[in-house]
Ligand binder design. Structure first.
Ligand SMILES: N[C@@H](CCC(=O)N[C@@H](CS)C(=O)NCC(=O)O)C(=O)O
Length: 303
């Protein structure tokens, strides 16, 4: 086990994890896979994140990256070749994560919602703070299918070359892939209808499928905790002195998602840039861990 090993906490059916797995494939990287539970409790994940429960989480030694957005940014930073870009692709990523994903949720659970175990429903109600209402999703499905189709048609239009990024895959390709992959796996008959007459999208899907996930090997959750315990965070961090929030290095802060799964994570601010916030957390037996979040989509406040 090396301190710079990429450890991905995920589960195979997780669409947000699939983005990261594809990116690992595009970059041809070796990584360790730690399978986490689909519902709470997650006793081997929470000590690392300080309360964040969503999946995926990436860990490299004592650095813990919460949310696929900051995970992708960190993979791009540490492994810049082949380059997947950035800039406005991040806006595409947030659209695919939110608007397109919500359409996928409604379309998929309208199909399979009746077969979902009640423990899963209870867990997701707690996560979202709203009823998991299969009846409402069925009622919304015809409208949401139209939304899904309209989004898919944007990808069709954007495919002048093999990928949205041109000749090679970009962050926008990875972001859009999640929804196409999830619907294709969970409700293939609906996916076939919604992608009918979009030949470039279909060819793009088949092209992305062949990329794979890089070199994956399994790891026990206890080994991942051990990796955090025996490592130090990679750098001390830099806080921009002119951040409009007025927050400064060393402030006691709390970070939480602004959509669902809003469990607050408390720590000491060590890094603050336009796209990232990092907290230092002293976690008892885990010593000091740096927990990284994106700025976009997260609320950061002084404690
Ligand atoms: N914005 C987050 C969203 C992550 C997300 O919603 N993940 C789903 C799984 S794909 C989740 O955590 N569901 C609840 C759970 O697995 O406990 C990201 O980009 O990583």
């Amino acid at each position: 086990m090396s301190a710079s090993e990429i450890i991905l906490h995920h589960y195979d059916t997780s669409p947000f994890s699939e983005k990261v797995r594809l990116m690992l494939g595009v970059k041809g990287l070796a990584w360790r896979s730690v399978i986490q539970p689909v519902i709470m409790p997650k006793p081997d994940l929470i000590p690392l994140t300080g309360g964040y429960r969503r999946i995926p989480v990436m860990q490299i030694g004592a650095d813990v990256y919460c949310d696929s957005q900051v995970i992708m940014a960190e993979l791009e930073r540490r492994h810049p070749k082949p380059a997947l870009g950035g800039g406005s692709d991040w806006a595409v990523n947030l659209w695919a994560d939110r608007l397109w994903f919500q359409a996928s949720v409604a379309v998929i659970f309208a199909e399979m919602g009746d077969a979902v175990p009640k423990e899963f429903i209870a867990d997701r109600e707690k996560l979202s703070g709203r009823p998991f209402d299969v009846g409402a999703m069925k009622a919304a499905a015809p409208f949401m299918r139209q939304q899904w189709r309209a989004y898919a048609a944007w990808v069709e239009d954007g495919l002048a070359g093999d990928f949205l990024g041109g000749a090679t895959p970009s962050l926008a390709d990875v972001a859009a892939w999640m929804n196409v992959w999830w619907l294709g796996g969970a409700a293939p008959h609906v996916a076939a209808v919604l992608m009918e007459g979009l030949p470039r999208l279909q060819a793009w899907r088949d092209r992305l499928k062949t990329i794979g996930h890089g070199q994956r090997s399994e790891m026990k959750p206890s080994e991942a905790l051990q990796a955090a315990m025996t490592s130090q965070p990679v750098d001390a961090g830099v806080c921009a002195s002119d951040d409009p929030s007025g927050l400064k290095k060393g402030d006691a802060v709390v970070v939480q998602a602004d959509d669902y799964g809003r469990d607050p994570v408390e720590g000491v601010l060590v890094n603050l840039t336009n796209d990232r916030v990092t907290l230092a957390r002293e976690c008892g037996e885990l010593d000091v861990v740096h927990v990284h979040f994106p700025r976009a989509g997260y609320v950061l406040a002084k404690r």
